[in-house]
Design a protein around this ligand. Sequence first.
Ligand code: S3P
Length: 177
Amino acid sequence: MEARSRHKLILIGFMGTGKSSVSRMLAEKLGWERLDADEEIERSENREIRTIFSEEGEEAFRDIESRELQKLMERPEPAVVATGGGAVLRDNNRDVMLSNGYVVALKASPDNIISRVTLDKSRPLLQGDVAGRVHRLLEQRKGAYDFAHLSIDTTGLSIEEVVDEIVREWNVYCSSQ
Ligand code: S3P
């Protein structure tokens, strides 16, 4: 498939790696719509993610997440799509991302992630011992984000620098297709 016809720039990455802020600036720069998988889940379910986790558990959340991701990918318009940090865990989600767009993984050091997510009450997987949970999940998800077309370590970079790097690499990718 011709790369530009895929029309989705998809951001993946662990919680707190900056997907939301980067997706906002990237969409603005390209003049594209911005879609956020977590926001779509909350809108379609009419409840917060932490409520879905507490009422039905993680597996039920993952089912909803897969369904919403599929729907986002089927939308015809070009869009920057921010995904939840665990959207990469299912094979079918990875396949649907790869076949509908250019996938960019944002990475950050554990310390950076911890400082960004501490005090945030909205992430059910990071309540309690935040540092311990971040380290454990990073270990469990080692390699899970490596299927992306492009990986960027955001440590020490501004949001604008990350966005510029994505646009540059995406153009290189498109002209090579
Ligand atoms: C999750 C990440 C969250 C959200 C949910 C589960 C995860 O999204 O989807 O709390 O498993 O990594 P963010 O990465 O946007 O925080």
